[in-house]
Design a protein around this ligand. Sequence first.
Ligand code: NDP
Length: 314
Amino acid sequence: MSIEHVKCLIIGSGPAGYTAAVYASRANLEPVLYTGHEPGGQLMITTDVENYPGFPDGVQGPEMMELFQKQAARFGTDIRYSFISKVDFSGAPHKVWTEEGVEVHADTVIISTGASAKWLGLPNEKRLAESGGGVSACAVCDGFFYRGQEVAIVGAGDTAAEEALYLANLCTKVHMLVRRDEMRASKIMQQRVFKKENIIIHWNTETVDVLGKDTVTGVKVINNKTEEVSEIAVTGLFVAIGHKPNTDIFKDWLEMDETGYIITKADSSHTNIEGVFASGDAQDHVYRQAVTAAGTGCMAALDAERYLGNKGII
Ligand code: NDP
């Protein structure tokens, strides 16, 4: 069987991947885009997006991603609902494999694999998350199940603040577990959290474990100032402590920082490998916004187009 060869292969289907696809399609690069396991990426688990320019009344995350997808499809992007599980960037053409074992060769690869939620690593966290027993990393996805109940959320960034507010509208009480005596979240988000009467902030509080056999019954916490250990009775634990870039399959080939964010050359999307470009949250640990991801997706497609032109491929 002959191996398919494409000029431009895009991995990932968040704002970065789809923006790269729009630009690459319109430049006649005939891109093939692999969506990964979560088509649409992180915005699929977001409700209101109020800070993406062009939507003065805001837009729902999933609706926005449907629009991105439609726009890429309109210009002919070949969108494939499969996951790239292995790559070989040892030389041209670059080789990638889907998890079904299909090999594809590409002159250029645009990485826009995004980032995924981090977990605390508590003894019972994974078990109760995988069983749907009451541990979740996405309040917007799972909050509904905890209507009228008391829950806890770990974290103090914008995500934790946003999710605590979301949960406070559904739940009787939200215990926000903050490990320091201040929050990292933006001032406006903090103010909203402070104003909400049913959000109780536990400062200097670290989570020791989540309790419960089949379903969550509480969290065990320690105050890191007084070293006092206590338990809070809740039926759900939400973890909102940041994200990890989805870059494991590239680690043998690409330069990354210690957390796994791909390093791109200054003012470009170029990686250390010719013809491989990175965009979005896979390479950005600073801004991590839909609009910046889209911007770097555009950069990656323009860089890929120039690279293909310089090589005489297009
Ligand atoms: P952040 O990295 O900003 O925050 C992570 C939070 O989790 C920090 O408060 C951190 O505590 C805490 N944390 C990390 N590890 C642990 C742990 N083991 N135990 C307890 N707490 C822990 O991640 P976010 O996901 O909140 O935000 C990511 C980016 O996305 C940010 O730039 C943010 O501004 C942006 N964002 C913007 C939104 C908006 O504009 N509407 C909404 C959501 C996110 P500590 O502070 O002590 O390090």
